[in-house]
Design a protein around this ligand. Structure first.
Ligand code: F6R
Ligand code: MG
Ligand code: MG
Length: 368
């Protein structure tokens, strides 16, 4: 059957700072989907990664469906009411518009969706990040799909040898979705020159070139392009189908072992190593670090199996230690040079305003 997977996530309040949603807030999300989603959904799962609640929903209504998006929006509105009643921090922070207007895209919550014909067994992974932005997926998705160092299937599995097609978005363009389609392997160097700048060019989706099926989708919202100023990091989510004509689950996980540096962390304005964490992990050190969770699931006739927590395995303890070391190394130099995000990515206006004031005090010395 043809099924649609929709992931919609938002931060609508958390305990102790920007750390994690309350149990009551999570309950409110559950209650809403259970009651109001009965007619619309086949199944759903709710998780949180740091301070973001994440709704994974299966249905047959296709992507960008107004009823599904409204259901998610209303779930976050009802969770916001709970957040306010409990005095949670940042209640409703990702709901940037007053009234729902047909689609959560451009309204604050992050979303990614895919519709496909279910295979007899349909394994996929739900990735969710906190304290970073969609560009965090550039590195692991590029390497998981296009690099035989990680994706041994590119060499060993005939189905995959033809490679993948990447849709890449210019997320600084605000008039519409500015997209380029590039193919691996022949366009690898073109992809590299774009993807090296993950705050500007972001992988939006990946398709197999053998069958044209969607393999991966990433949420690509830019909160500061919606609100006109930075209002927090976008804390992206992604769905990746795995096995057979797609990379194996382990091949897709493999690049995350780099614990690569991303923009985010404290005040969304630092460079930090992204740490692969267990489900429902919290945020702590320096309002970070940036974290990613991975839930493996099979969907069958739209129904989900229980999830397997893919970073809850002893191997990833070593990576978590490595990631903490990498973060501590860059934290050692505080705000100097590469440790703080570039000017355009600073989430708070303090630095920019201070430089404006200081500019007035500069004078030019003309040497004789
Ligand atoms: C970063 C983040 C935190 C906050 C920081 C200050 O994405 O969520 O680092 O920026 O805790 O928060 P406010 O401005 O809400 O006091
Ligand atoms: Mg928050
Ligand atoms: Mg968050």
């Amino acid at each position: 059957m043809k099924v649609t997977l929709s992931v919609i996530k938002a931060d609508v309040g958390s305990i102790g700072g920007h750390n994690r949603p309350s149990l009551k807030l999570m309950e409110a999300l559950h209650d809403h989907l259970k009651k109001e989603g009965q007619r619309l959904l086949i199944d759903y799962k709710i998780t949180h990664t740091g301070d973001d609640g994440c709704l994974l929903m299966s249905h047959t209504k296709g992507v960008d469906n107004q009823d599904i998006h409204r259901l998610a929006w209303d779930a976050f509105i009802s969770a916001t009411k709970v957040a306010k009643s409990q005095g949670l921090y940042g209640a409703g922070q990702d709901l940037l518009k007053d009234a729902f207007s047909g689609n959560v895209r451009g309204m604050g919550p992050g979303s990614c969706e895919m519709e496909f014909e279910e295979r007899p067994s349909e394994p996929f992974v739900l990735f969710a990040c906190d304290k970073t932005d969609p560009g965090a997926f550039n590195y692991p998705v590029f390497r998981g799909f296009a690099d035989p160092f990680h994706n041994a299937g590119l060499l060993l599995a005939p189905d995959m040898a033809v490679g993948f097609e990447f849709s890449i978005m210019d997320v600084n363009y605000t008039e519409g979705d500015r997209i380029i389609i590039l193919k691996a392997p022949q366009d690898l160097y073109d992809m590299a020159v774009l993807l090296r700048d993950p705050e500007h060019y972001v992988i939006e989706s990946v398709k197999t070139r053998s069958t044209g099926e969607t393999a991966a989708v990433v949420s690509t919202s830019r909160l500061h392009n919606i609100a006109g100023k930075y209002t927090g990091k976008d804390d992206p989510v992604a769905l990746v189908r795995t096995q057979k004509q797609f990379p194996s689950t382990g091949e897709i996980l493999s690049p995350w072992a780099t614990a690569h540096y991303v923009v985010g962390d404290n005040r969304g304005s630092h460079i930090v190593s992204i740490m692969p964490c267990k489900q429902n992990s919290i945020i702590s050190f320096f309002d970070g670090p940036a974290i990613v969770s991975a839930l493996g699931i099979c969907v069958h006739n739209g129904k989900f199996t229980e999830g397997v927590d893919l970073f809850d395995q002893p191997f990833w303890d070593t990576i978590r230690n490595k990631s903490a070391e990498k973060t501590l190394h860059i934290r050692d130099q505080g705000f100097f040079g590469a440790a703080m995000a570039p000017m355009e990515e600073l989430e708070y206006t303090g630095v920019v305003e201070r430089i404006k004031e200081l500019d007035k005090k500069f004078s030019v010395r003309h040497n004789k």
